[in-house]
Design a protein around this ligand. Structure first.
Ligand code: SF4
Ligand code: SF4
Length: 446
């Protein structure tokens, strides 16, 4: 039995392939001459476009204004001329408008010294406004606008603030590198959030395969006397899924369909805490992020600091290109990521990884009939019966699928990973959820 805490139901142990990048320092990615900046890089309303063809924009200029409270501003990652506004498809298959900027002119921040602001002298309102203005979204993949997450509704109390530094997806190491290379800034970001939320307790959850990061943060926290603790967690996928992390850290279960705040928890990804620090102290919007570029088909796997809007192709070339033709390119991790068919796909605020995988890594095989082996049931961290739900989805029985818990599925992919019949369970669940959402919007007359 592991000496570390974890979630109790299901979970799997895929090979983690992190050794390719976890010991490599973050490098700057090249800037592509054309930046393609989607106007929706978050959960919530798309941004309202503030520019048109022919406009000259500055680095960090707001080009997309948040389209509502649950939305996040989008800033130009480079100075240049707007060449067009066009429709593109994001890796998750959603079509969005994107501003195409040809890079030209002077950079406002790049390569220049900036004076830090003293956030201790700022009011909570000023800090919250900065976080909102700078377009911060959850960087662990969920891309939920951070200013919304940090707005405590009246009467609600944050008992525990959890920093998600688990990074349980195989291959991905960007959060790991951030904790090693940007620890001071991350801790300062956490302190800023502590000021806003006044939590009873602050816990940084890290999987125990990153003990160098655990020790580094622990030593800094004790030297600085900060009121927060680092909790190493068992290495088990999907330890980083929100509800699993909360269960592991607090022992509390977030009820079906409810938010973590129902059990007194707010959580934020470790990269998000870095962005909060940069936004509040340096007024820096989210125009870049750390991306792990890895997989057996990448010549020199790396962690790159890349501007939003830079093409996947540019980052892959920065890593020496392909060592062999990949069978699949994925945006994100191999378990929850999306297959990408166009290397001109741009980096967005939510791009944690770009993986180019070989046939050996994918072990692709044609699906066969269900063997009723029950492995998917044992693997599911949400206690669902994936084979049953899949059958409902397959037969378009949406109501039955919903009653069996489809909307509680966190799309972690553990069931698909374990299925000896290679049934594309999680793809089926994504499709099934779309149908349920469409139906409920229809019913609501939207
Ligand atoms: S993808 Fe959904 S059904 Fe499958 S294991 Fe994860 S939570 Fe369970
Ligand atoms: S793991 Fe695959 S084969 Fe086994 S019960 Fe689940 S769906 Fe059927």
């Amino acid at each position: 039995m592991s000496r570390f805490r974890t979630f109790p139901k299901g979970g799997i142990h895929p090979q983690d392939y992190k050794e390719a990048t976890c010991n490599k320092e973050i490098q700057n990615a090249s800037l592509s001459s054309i930046a393609v900046v989607p106007l929706s890089q978050h959960i919530g309303a798309p941004c309202e476009c503030l520019v048109k063809k022919g406009d000259l924009v500055e680095e960090e200029q707001v080009i997309g204004k948040a389209g509502g409270f649950v939305s996040a501003n989008i800033h130009s990652p480079v100075p240049g001329e707007v060449k067009e506004i066009k429709k593109i498809f994001l890796p998750n298959g959603i079509a969005v408008d994107a501003v195409v900027i040809e890079m030209q002119g002077e950079f406002k921040r790049l390569g220049k010294e900036t004076t830090p602001a003293d956030w201790n002298s700022m009011s909570n309102e000023e800090i919250a406004a900065k976080i909102s203005e700078m377009g911060i979204v959850g960087q662990g993949g969920a891309t939920f606008p951070t200013h919304v997450k940090l707005s405590l509704p009246k009467g609600k109390v944050c008992e525990t603030f959890i920093i998600n530094a688990v990074e349980c997806e195989p291959y991905l190491t960007s959060d790991h590198r951030v904790m090693l290379e940007k620890a001071d800034e991350v801790l300062e970001g956490i302190k800023i959030v502590q000021r806003l939320l006044n939590p009873g307790k602050t816990v940084i959850g890290i999987e125990a395969n990153k003990m160098d990061a655990v020790e580094h943060l622990q030593s800094l926290i004790s030297t600085k006397g900060y009121d927060m603790e680092v909790m190493p967690l068992e290495v088990k996928y999907p330890q980083g899924a929100e509800k699993n992390l909360i269960k592991a850290v607090t022992g509390k279960e977030v009820p079906s369909g409810q938010l973590p705040l129902e059990v007194g928890v707010i959580n934020a990804n470790v990269g998000t805490c870095l962005s909060i620090y940069e936004a509040v102290v340096f007024s820096k919007p989210v125009i870049e992020r750390i991306v792990t570029v890895s997989g057996g088909a990448i010549k020199n796997p790396s962690n790159l600091k890349a501007r939003v809007g830079t093409s996947f192709r540019t980052l892959i070339e920065d890593c020496g290109g392909f060592s062999e033709e990949p069978v699949k390119v994925i945006a994100g991790g191999p378990m929850m990521g999306f297959t990408v068919y166009d290397l001109d796909t741009p980096v967005t605020k939510g791009t944690s990884g770009i993986l180019a995988l070989t046939a050996k890594e994918i072990k692709a095989a044609k699906p066969t009939a269900c063997l009723s082996c029950g492995r998917c049931i044992s693997a599911c961290p949400m206690g669902l019966n994936p084979t049953k739900i899949y059958k409902y989805v397959d037969f378009n029985m949406s109501d039955e699928a919903a009653a069996a818990g489809l909307m509680d599925c966190v799309e972690c992919g553990s069931c698909s990973f374990m299925c000896p019949a290679h049934i594309p369970l999680v793809q089926g669940f994504r499709g099934g959820k779309k149908v349920i959402r469409k139906n409920s919007m229809k019913k609501a007359g939207k």
